[in-house]
Design a protein around this ligand. Sequence first.
Ligand code: BGC
Ligand code: BGC
Length: 592
Amino acid sequence: MSHSKTKNERFGRSFFEDNLVASVTHYPSFRNAALLVNAPYRDASLSIDARVDDLLGRMTTKEKIGQMALVEKNSVIDTSDIARYGIGALLSGGGGNPDPNTPEAWREMVENFQRAAQRSRLGIPLLYGVDAVHGNANVLGATIFPHALGLGAAHNADLVRRMSEITAQEIAATGVNWSFSPTVDVVDDVRWGRTYETFGSDSALVSNLSVAYLKGLQSQSVMGTAKHYLGTGAMAWGSSTNPSFRIDQGATFIDEAAMRAIHLPPFVAVIDAGIQSVMVGHVSWNGVELVASHYLLTDVLKRELGFEGFVVSDWNGVDEISNDASLAVVTAINAGVDMVMLPFDYKTFTSDMKYAIDSGAISHNRLNDAARRILRAKFSTGLFDTKLIDSPAINTIGSAEHRAVAREAVQQSMVILKDTNILPLNKNLSHIVVAGSSANNLGRQSGGWTVEWQGIDGNWIPGTTILDGIKNAIDEQTTIEYSDTGFFSPRNERADVGIVIVGESPYAEGVGDNEHPELSAEDLRTIANVKVISKKIVIIIVSGRPLDIRPYVDTWDAVIAAWLPGSEGAGIADVLFGDVPFSGTLPVEWGM
Ligand code: BGC
Ligand code: BGC
């Protein structure tokens, strides 16, 4: 339940005003703020530009700097720092969950931070960002949709729009107003551990689905972010600057024509659709870190493409520029970064910025431009006028209606890689065996960015496994046996069909960089075990990218790519047994 909404409705005041009145009553020092209730920037009937002008005109240098800070929530030990430093935005990184990880605790946590922001002199609301890349997946109990690569396989913009609208409802129900999505990267090398976060390798499809995704967020007043600018999907193997990674946080070596033809168009498309923020990738091009590239951030993105939202750097991204933190900040801000995902040390950032402004290393013009862009995004998203936003009830999170749409997305994302005329299977076969490391494992189905940054192997989240779905789909008379390793008791007759569900364990970012994505020895043994006791064998691959199956595929009767389907594994049985036709197509090349 959203108590703020009931309160707002009762008094016809915004969340800000409610709290302001409360603050003024309890803390006499907020009397100044009380005078601002009638300030033009509070007046929703004025234009956004007029409101921004009014607000910006009231702000000190320190307050403008504060708006440019994006801070990881656990770094705010003392919440009064939010007002003291005028912090503009907070985030939960992957796994940045409250304890307990319940929707109610999320809502309470975010509202608590918002109240702290309202106690600042001007009461500017916070942006609170999360990586809701396949549902609001940090939240235990949220609806987990297929990762983007599966949605690329479904190639259905209307479906993506409905999916992101639901995601946005589940975001807004926790009080969060910002998602670091859509990922608009166009993937070139599937050895990259972020392949599954992309809609695939077709730039036009990526553009189309990214716009649909953005519209879904916007319909619920959740701000989107296009990431990761620019050419992040084209980073080269071995180029990573991170010693534990291979591709991620690396470099691209493509020429400008390819950059413009392949990687820029999805950004152009979402800018046209009104995106309010763009995240700069951990990537370099022509030897220059993107966060330091005045050419790509200011000349191309802001001037040429007319982007009026703000540019946000990635996690520690500005530090890539130099070991000298203040030099790095000056370079990034002058290149065109407007908000810095620090994400930890906002105190040093604030003093470095203050010094840079006082010394003229960063101009007041640049400071005002950055603050203006951030405030404009906040006004456009409706942050100052929360009474206008109908915040969804908390019990919509993970609801049956939402899960039904996720199941539909799973159905549409299945791709047949091979079929010797055995698909779909009959529901009335007399005997089926099911096996494999991903058959009964919601963590593997969901992949990274699910409750934890790297995901969690095993059955920790609510949902339906692929095995559950198969059990529910088949006829009552059909005998079904399951063993994760494919060891079954000795028998005289072979099963009609063996279904082996194998694939990757969860990973995120560079941890998933893999020179040769393939099935594990364990998965291959399971397949061999099932093959000898089955007349026909169907392999279902649950993975964040194509795996090399060339050495074995000839010995299998059918192969299905299931990508990372998320919490609604029943969608797989729906197509496997013919309730819904297969319609997915490959979003990336799969060498066979
Ligand atoms: C990732 C971004 C993500 C951010 C916040 C970074 O490491 O590259 O995609 O939005 O962390 O979690
Ligand atoms: C955070 C992620 C972030 C990553 C960057 C993790 O600790 O949870 O959100 O993307 O660090 O390295």
